[in-house]
Write a protein that binds this ligand. Structure first.
Ligand SMILES: [Zn+2]
Length: 149
């Protein structure tokens, strides 16, 4: 998801509708063009939305890549139970390892294939020390919703 997109918003204070750069919204600098009201609340919502979309992308790509490396055919490893428990940006690569391990019953292979898949995706080494970081941090991707906490 690109922060260069224009997002249509209606001001809660004066009702003016306009388009705002997503980057300005998540940077908390967007203000209503008519009355100057700050779009902080809307910005937080968009920040969470971007983080969730990015985290889902990395989670799904690492898992699909790991299935490919292991030669596991469609429909692959079930991940619904793991994903349902908490916000996506709080998930770690360790949880993907656990998901894979539950399926293939081999922790060593699960760790090595998840790291191999993540390394391919990132195009730089993803190491065992990255396993317990929130998934976007493991990939060095900006987490907009944590910026303003
Ligand atoms: Zn306004």
């Amino acid at each position: 998801m690109s922060t260069g997109q224009q997002i249509p918003l209606k001001c809660a204070q004066c009702g003016t509708e306009s388009k705002y750069a997503l980057e300005a919204l998540v940077m908390q600098t967007a203000r209503c063009l008519s009355c100057g009201r700050s779009f902080v609340k809307e910005g937080r919502g968009w920040a969470r939305h971007i983080d969730e979309a990015n985290a889902f992308y990395y989670w799904a790509e690492v898992l699909i890549g790991t299935e490919d490396l292991l030669g596991i055919p469609y429909p692959g490893i079930p991940d619904g139970d793991v994903l349902g428990n908490k916000p996506l940006p709080d998930h770690t690569l360790r949880e993907i390892v656990q998901t894979v391990e539950a399926h293939i019953r081999n922790e060593t292979v699960a760790i090595s294939k998840v790291l191999e898949s993540a390394t391919k995706l990132a195009n730089r080494p993803i190491l065992a020390e990255h396993l317990d970081l929130p998934i976007l941090q493991a990939f060095g991707v900006e987490e907009w919703s944590r910026k303003w906490e």
